[in-house]
Design a protein around this ligand. Sequence first.
Ligand SMILES: *Cc1c(COP(=O)(O)O)cnc(C)c1O
Length: 240
Amino acid sequence: MFADRFKIISDKIKAARERSLHSAGREVRLVAVSKTHPPESILEALECGVNVFGENRLQEAKAKIQRLPSRCHWHFIGHLQKNKIRQALPLFELIHGVDSLAIAKDIDRIASELGLFPKILLEVNVAGEETKFGFSPAVLRAQMEEIRKLARLQIEGLMTIPPPAPTPEDSRKHFVALRHLRGELESEFALTLPELSMGMSDDFEVAIEEGATLVRIGTALFGSRSGKTWRPEETDSLDD
Ligand SMILES: *Cc1c(COP(=O)(O)O)cnc(C)c1O
């Protein structure tokens, strides 16, 4: 049952928040990662009081958003492709994974055309894995001045997905690195970056201890994923 899993997770979030020396009075918000799960599962979550959902495929998210009550809030947590920006911006309250200067510029330009001021997080690849999306810390420092000039973007903070690790403790150093980078950017560029989106099913408690304000939890709430995207019955395919 969703309600049972949600209770366990909520208690763990609360306890980790109380243990944290780095929460600085900030709230921790749960993003329930509903990708691949059907609208019925999302309704069940909504009934338990969960109302922020994370999706990583535009077409799948669109189909769900159409079918679910407007009190659902949607966050985009995947890699946003250039050709999806125009459709995505009106649907999502927060884009977690802005991962290059080029995509930041495209979002800014399209937001201007649409009359929007999207909230975004900058995705940082703190472990420096070459195959991953995200800014390296050095590149982000070098490009921050240019990014902050993009007048349409509301830069709320940073996001990271650490490399897979055998235990949650192994991810701690990456969460610490993201928090330190936030501090450096804030003082160097006179910014405030209140949000740190870090922590998933396996490591959200460690992430909260290190200052996460948004945890993205899928499996621990909804159960394991089939691997396939959810699609409405009346369609054969979604182009995403
Ligand atoms: C799928 C996904 C999650 C959730 O992962 P779980 O391990 O199922 O909690 C979190 N963040 C991102 C970016 C994801 O793609």
